[in-house]
Every structure is written in structure tokens, then in C-alpha cells.
Design a protein. Structure first.
Length: 251
């Protein structure tokens, strides 16, 4: 690569970095996720759903305030919970954390699987998933479509895949599933960190914070120089660092 081409590339990188704080400020306070849900049997084992099937959703600060709830805001009172016998309930659930590009132990992708059983041979339900950074306030993560439950079989296990895109700084998050009867809209069961430790203190972060920060240097012809791949990687690393600096400045 000649000096003129190298200078032009560095100028383009610098221009991109200079423009980043403005773009980041436009998204300030938003939470962005990509999610999809469906029966476990719809997905081949050891695979994930196609990226194109995940739908992106943005939560503005106003949305976050509107959808946020406390754990004690359940439609069933404590006395009702002790005597209530639901027609549908969450029999079993698990969560798998995937994708840690920067190797810091925080993941950006959740695969949540849960098996709902019912006293009825056929019933319709839906689930709402929440995340909490502090165990007190729960923020909406995803709401499924109505899905059918066939009695007490495990063949109708349902799952939700969620990728955290932005608005989720590195931290330990709690997960909560609420189960609703689709016909009545009533909350019939819930599963969270109080019921299973598997849903407590999940190490998560968003895609913005999960970018590798290392720089690759390519040796060419005996003279140490950045190759095109190295410069492209450096640009991506610089963008990630500027994003983090911008977020820290707003904090």
C-alpha cells in the first residue's frame, strides 16, 4: 500500500470516529434487542434461528418507564398465590448464554427454553420475559405470540432467542418469565430468580460493548506496516472505544 492510499484510509477512519458521538447521542437512553420465539421442535438441534428471523425492537426511555414493573406488581396477591391452583404452569425452564466476542465473561445472546403444562388437553397461552439489572425493577425484554400447550407433554417446549444490541451495559441481570392465559389475559404463573437460581445474576452485555478491542498488525515485505485487514480492524476497535467513552461521559 503506498503512502498516499494509506493517508486517505486513515483520513476516512478519522472522519468516521469523529462522527460517532453524534450518532451515539441520537440513541441515548434507548434499549435495542433482536428477538424471535417458537417451539423448540422448529429448530434443528445445535443450531440457532436464522438471523433474519429475529425482529428488532427499540425501547425508548418512555417505553421503558411504561413497561417497567416491580416483582410485587403481580396481578395475583400473596394470599392468592398460596391457594391458587393454575390450569397452566411452567413445568421446567432453562437459559443458555451465547456469544462473548471480547472474552470478558459477559454474553449478549440468550436462548430461553421453557415447558408449559396444562390441566387441559389443549390450551393457549403467551409469555412475557423481563430482565432486571438490580432485582427490583423489571424491564420488558420480549413478549411471545399466543402458543398452544398440549396437556403435560414435553414435546411442546417453547423457546425465546434474544440478542441484546444496545442499552445493556455489562452487569449481572436477573431473568423473569410471566405466563398468561391467552383467552382470559390473566397471569397464571411466573418463574424468576426466586424460584430458580438459573435465572439469577446472568452475566450479560449488549453488542455495542461486546466488540473485540485488539489491533491486528500485518507484516508486509519485511517492513512493518498495517495491511488493509489490520486497518479495518483498527477502525472497528476505535469505534468501540469511542462508543464506550461516549457512554461513560454521559453516565
Amino acid at each position: 500500500m503506498n503512502r498516499n492510499a494509506l493517508s486517505k484510509l486513515w483520513a476516512a477512519v478519522a472522519a468516521s470516529l469523529a462522527a460517532l458521538p453524534v450518532a451515539a447521542a441520537m440513541d441515548e437512553g434507548e434499549q435495542v434487542v433482536r428477538a424471535a420465539s417458537g417451539y423448540s421442535t422448529e429448530r434443528e438441534p445445535s443450531t440457532l434461528r436464522e438471523i433474519g428471523t429475529l425482529e428488532e425492537r427499540r425501547f425508548t426511555p418512555e417505553d421503558r418507564a411504561a413497561f417497567a414493573k416491580s416483582r410485587g406488581s403481580s396481578t395475583k396477591s400473596a394470599s392468592t398465590l398460596s391457594t391458587y391452583v393454575p390450569e397452566h404452569w411452567i413445568y421446567d425452564a432453562s437459559v443458555e448464554l451465547l456469544f462473548d466476542a471480547d472474552g470478558d465473561g459477559f454474553f449478549r445472546y440468550l436462548l430461553v427454553t421453557f415447558d408449559v403444562d396444562s390441566l387441559d388437553d389443549r390450551a393457549w397461552v403467551y409469555a412475557v420475559l423481563y430482565l432486571s439489572p438490580d432485582g427490583e425493577v423489571w424491564e420488558l425484554l420480549h413478549e411471545t405470540d399466543d402458543f398452544r400447550v398440549d396437556g403435560a407433554t414435553s414435546r411442546d417446549a417453547y423457546e425465546v432467542e434474544v440478542e441484546l444490541v444496545s442499552g445493556y451495559p455489562p452487569g449481572d441481570y436477573d431473568l423473569l418469565i410471566e405466563l398468561y392465559d391467552a383467552n382470559t389475559g390473566l397471569l397464571v404463573d411466573e418463574l424468576g430468580p426466586e424460584e430458580t437460581s438459573a435465572f439469577a445474576l446472568l452475566p450479560l452485555e449488549d453488542e455495542v460493548n461486546d466488540l473485540p478491542t485488539s489491533v491486528i498488525i500485518v507484516e508486509e515485505g519485511g517492513g512493518g506496516a498495517f495491511g488493509w485487514p489490520g486497518l479495518a480492524w483498527l477502525a472497528g476497535s476505535g469505534l468501540a472505544l469511542r462508543r464506550r467513552a461516549s457512554r461513560a461521559a454521559r453516565a
